[in-house]
Every structure is written in C-alpha cells, then in structure tokens.
Design a protein around this ligand. Structure first.
Ligand SMILES: *Cc1c(COP(=O)(O)O)cnc(C)c1O
Length: 230
C-alpha cells in the first residue's frame, strides 16, 4: 500500500482536474492524511498534492514538527475542542470545521493575540444527524452574520460531511442543499465572509460533489488506502 500513495495521488489529482473541467471551476484537492505518517504525506506531496487535512490536534502537531506539510497548505478538518484552539490557530492555513459561534469567537480571540487573521469554514450538519458535529443548517446564516463583529477571523465558506446513506441520489441532494445554503449566504455579503470555498466530497463521492459545486474536496482512503483503526 505504501508504494501506491504516489500513484494514487496522481490518479486522484487527474480525476479531480477532469471533474473540475467538466464543472467549469477550479477545485482544490485536500488530502485527508489522518493515520498516515510524514513519509506518506511527502509521497502525496511529491505527486503534486498541495493541501493536507488533519483531524487530530496532536497528530497535526507531531507531523508539522517533522516538516510533513512543508510547501503545502495545512487544514484542520476535525472536531476542534475549545482547549485546543491555541494549538491550531496560526498553524492551520484553514480551519474547516467551525460549528459554533463560541468556537468562532475563541478562534478570533487567539488570532488577535497572535496578530493574524485566521481563515475558517463553517461546518454544516446538512443531514441533521445527532451523532455528528457541524452546525444545524438553519443556524449557519446567523453564524455568518455574526462573523462581521468578530475580529481576527475570515469566513471563507462552508464544509459538510453528508450522512453515509449509500444512496447516491440522496447524497447528491445533500450536496445540492449545502450548495444552496452557500449561495444564499454569499448573496448577503456579510462583513468578514467571502463565501469563496465550498468543501464537500470524499473518496467515494468527490466527483459528484464537484458537479454539485464543490471547489474543495477532502480525499483520504483513495490516496492513502484503507485506514486501520485499532
Ligand atoms: C477522513 C476524512 C475525510 C476523507 O475520508 P475518505 O473517505 O477516506 O476519503 C474527509 N473529511 C474529513 C473531515 C475526514 O475526517
């Protein structure tokens, strides 16, 4: 499997590029590199991947210290606990998983202390799943509106992980719903909110997501192989 990372990453980059051409807009591939060590991250980098997403703060810090992401953008895509905000702000180029106003405020406060602007996405729980993170869809416009009065942050767009239904048509409906929410919020032109990034689509469905308007996809297993949870 290890040897396949370079070839897999090349193949996924080509498929993302083809889907982007069909959709008529550029798309950024973020390699979701959880549970893959720095050497494997570098294989994907060597294949041309220029953005990586991590879920766990400790793993991000370890691999960051090893230079795993040198020359690439680093995204935080996992659930961010309040007490870990200080470890991620300023290190991550984009925090994709902000799902409450409180978290947005904490990130803003930390960014101000560092004298930076932290770029973030708001994570939407588009399937309204109780077990999942992400803000309820109806709460997201108010979060975006409130971003105008929070210093230190810039909201670049939305991220979602739709329910794992195994039903392609249902999945596409969730992508369309998220795209519509994204377009509605963008039209409001809130301060600090550019709504330029729509992050949706993973290994099984990134081409559908791109066709539905995604311009950022997060792909793990199609690049790195199956993850082995212990
Ligand atoms: C792991 C992960 C992905 C990638 O999932 P795959 O199905 O392996 O492509 C995407 N987004 C998030 C938030 C993840 O945690």
């Amino acid at each position: 499997m290890t040897d396949a990372v370079f070839e897999n990453a090349k193949a996924v980059l080509a498929r993302v590029e083809a889907a982007a051409q069909r959709a008529g807009h550029p798309v950024t591939l973020v390699a979701a590199s959880k549970m893959n060590d720095a050497a494997r991250v570098r294989l994907a980098f060597d294949a041309g991947v220029r953005a990586f997403g991590e879920n766990r703060v400790q793993e991000l810090e370890e691999k960051y210290a090893q230079g795993a992401y040198a020359g690439a953008a680093l995204h935080f895509i996992g659930h961010l606990q309040k007490n870990k905000v200080k470890n991620v702000v300023g290190k991550a180029d984009l925090i994709e998983s902000v799902d409450s106003l409180e978290l947005l405020e904490l990130i803003g406060r930390r960014a101000q202390a560092l004298g930076i602007t932290q770029r973030v996405l708001l994570e939407v729980n588009i399937g309204r799943e109780p077990s999942k993170t992400g803000a309820m869809p109806e709460a997201v416009p108010a979060m975006a509106a409130a971003a105008g009065s929070i210093a230190g942050i810039e909201v670049l767009g939305l991220m979602t992980i739709p329910p794992n239904t195994g039903d392609r048509e249902k999945n596409i409906q969730y992508f369309v719903q998220t795209r519509n929410l994204f377009v509605d919020i963008r039209a409001k032109k809130y301060d600090n909110v550019t709504m330029s990034i729509l992050s949706m689509g993973m290994s099984a469905d990134y081409e559908d997501a791109i066709a539905c308007g995604a311009n950022m996809v997060r792909v793990g297993s199609a690049i790195f192989g199956q993850r082995h949870y212990t």
